[in-house]
Design a protein around this ligand. Structure first.
Ligand code: FES
Length: 352
């Protein structure tokens, strides 16, 4: 949470924002409702890399793997890690400065629902004290009680469902957040602290959405943000073509199948395809969801693509989409990694 003493101010594209002590440049801008590219908020993805044009920044915990010594010497910094030392001016990559965004906020909520929905997978519902403005597909960071650590979970609810957050949590053995808390001590009625919304993996603005076809591939609890995106996309264009692939190991890992089948019955352009990788079932597709997409779609020019899951699945998905002629700029991706990975990438959904 932010402190109150100011460490300096940072300007980008002529917009200047005060930065509290111990507040990253990214946090200061997002809290002011000014967009900066961001994804992991942990210094591991490099999405928030920017150029320091004047002044000094403290790189804090920026990993060398993400920001090399040469890049630091060249004046680059990670906005999610760096703090200004006095006043500074920075520039984003590309011509994207000053786009408005939903402001990052401290959130207080009460646990209003806990449901086991699949093998080692839970749906957690958090009733917010105040409604949250966000875009479908974004995530929140929960503060793990007693540890001060934070864990990231994508929201499966749409932006119009702004009072109750729906999170899908995968249990990780001995995980501080999933095993010990969200599969352990948590109870309905508990109070929860969080911050959000975060992340650039979200639906395009409605004014930019022409109802083009979409392909979405999720692995495990990577389904969560895709549910929000699909339901938002269908609400805007009920007849649009959408293919949603959910890749899991076995039948016991599938969830929300009835809900998605009902959605497909209501929207003839929407197709839901569960794909089982390790435990074949005669009723289901088997293999990898990225291969299933290649088998099903001969050309995806003009489509947008959405990938959320383990890094290997996301990389395979990018290749599959490009193979079918999807434009790289229309491919959106969100990676997550297992608990305690040395180089985690967000949002975890199944982080420890
Ligand atoms: S490295 Fe800053 S958002 Fe990922």
């Amino acid at each position: 949470m932010p402190s109150t003493s100011t460490a300096g101010s940072v300007s980008v594209g002529g917009k200047r924002v005060e930065c509290d002590e111990d507040q990253s440049i990214l946090e200061a801008f997002l809290r002011a409702g000014v967009w900066m590219p961001n994804s992991c908020n942990q210094g591991t993805c490099g999405t928030c890399k920017l150029a320091v044009l004047s002044g000094e920044v403290d790189h804090r915990d920026s990993p060398l793997e993400t920001l090399s010594e040469d890049e630091r010497a060249a004046g680059l910094a990670l906005a999610c890690q760096a703090r200004p030392c006095g006043d500074a001016e920075v520039a984003l990559r590309g011509d994207k400065a000053n786009r408005a965004t939903h402001p990052l906020k401290d959130l207080s909520a009460t646990v209003v629902g806990i449901e086991d929905i699949a093998r080692d997978t839970r749906r957690i519902l958090l009733g917010l004290d105040e409604p949250l403005a966000f875009s479908a597909g974004q995530y929140v960071e929960l503060v793990v009680p007693g540890s001060g650590e934070r864990r990231q979970y994508s929201m499966a609810n749409t932006a119009s469902e702004d009072k109750v957050l729906e999170l899908h949590v995968r249990r990780v053995p001995d995980g501080v957040a999933s095993d010990k808390w969200l599969f352990g001590s948590v109870a309905v009625g508990d109070r929860v602290e969080a911050v959000g919304p975060l992340g650039d993996f979200h639906v395009v603005d409605e004014s930019d959405d022409g109802g083009e076809p979409m392909a979405l591939i999720g692995g495990g609890t990577g389904l969560a943000p895709l549910l929000a995106i699909v339901r938002t996309a269908l609400a805007r264009h009920p007849d649009r073509q959408i293919l949603l692939y959910h890749g899991v190991r076995g039948q016991a890992d599938l969830y929300d199948v009835d809900q998605l089948d009902a959605l497909a019955a209501k929207h003839p352009g929407f197709t839901f395809v569960p794909v089982l990788s390790d435990e074949p079932d005669p009723e289901r597709r088997s293999g990898f969801p990225t291969d299933a997409f290649v088998e099903d779609v001969s050309a995806a020019k003009g489509w947008s693509g959405w990938l959320c899951g383990p890094p290997a699945m996301v990389e395979a998905g990018v290749k599959a989409f490009k193979r079918r002629r999807m434009a790289p700029r229309l491919i959106h991706r969100e990676k997550f990694t297992p608990a305690d990975a040395l180089t985690p990438a967000p949002p975890t959904n199944e982080e420890a």
